[in-house]
Design a protein around this ligand. Structure first.
Ligand SMILES: Nc1ncnc2c1ncn2[C@@H]1O[C@H](COP(=O)(O)OP(=O)(O)OP(=O)(O)O)[C@@H](O)[C@H]1O
Ligand SMILES: [Mg+2]
Length: 184
């Protein structure tokens, strides 16, 4: 995992693999700390410690490295990773990292993660928000709304992909996240 975008894509893939139909992501960037909260309505975590590399639902191999690597990325930069099973159905995952830490990973292309997600998993509804001051979050993507306008089959069109990419990229830059090069 070379950057935070790679970590985020893995977390989204985990949600989709757990049969989630709705995934909500809240991104925050304040005082050089990047935070990410992801809530899905999938089947929920089964194991006590999904950050153990030998805990995986994969059939083709017996290791799952996504979450252990994310834990390391977060904790070596004075951050954290927390995962919990939601009441009823689903999983809540939260991580934070200090982007100014010497061991911090660059952001990578975070906007592309979401544009790629809606192309890869057109049946899943993604909602993305940016954490605002005074707890007012700003919605930057709602695929359910896009599907209502363009139709379910058109969500994978390149024009939609480009539109989603550009609008998220613009909002991330506004809060100081340079998706291409990292912040420092
Ligand atoms: N959102 C989630 N809902 C349900 N189970 C999850 C979720 N995220 C992770 N898990 C469980 O934790 C395991 C470990 O996840 P992790 O990302 O570390 O590895 P992986 O996805 O199995 O493999 P890799 O990330 O290396 O491709 C998963 O196999 C799955 O059983
Ligand atoms: Mg994974």
């Amino acid at each position: 995992m070379k950057d935070l975008a790679d970590h985020l894509f893995d977390v989204l893939e985990n949600s989709v693999t757990s049969e989630a139909t709705e995934v909500k992501v809240v991104l925050g960037f304040c005082n050089k700390r990047f935070s990410c909260k992801i809530k899905d309505n999938g089947r929920g975590i089964k194991s006590e410690d999904v950050t153990d590399p030998f805990v995986t639902s994969r059939k083709e191999r017996k290791v799952g490295l996504g979450l252990p690597l994310l834990k390391k990325t977060a904790e070596t930069t004075d951050g954290f990773l927390r995962i919990s099973k939601l009441e009823g159905k689903g999983t809540f995952l939260e991580f934070e990292t200090d982007i100014s830490h010497i061991d911090a990973k660059p952001f990578g292309n975070l906007a592309k993660v979401f544009a790629d997600a809606l192309r890869s998993w057109p049946d899943v509804d993604f909602e993305v928000l940016i954490e605002g001051e005074k707890n007012e979050d700003e919605q930057v993507l709602n695929t359910k709304e896009i599907k209502e306008v363009v139709g379910c089959s058109d969500i994978q069109h390149k024009e939609i992909h480009d539109f989603v990419y550009k609008s998220i990229d613009k909002e991330l830059k506004r809060i100081g996240i340079n998706t291409q090069f990292g912040n420092f």
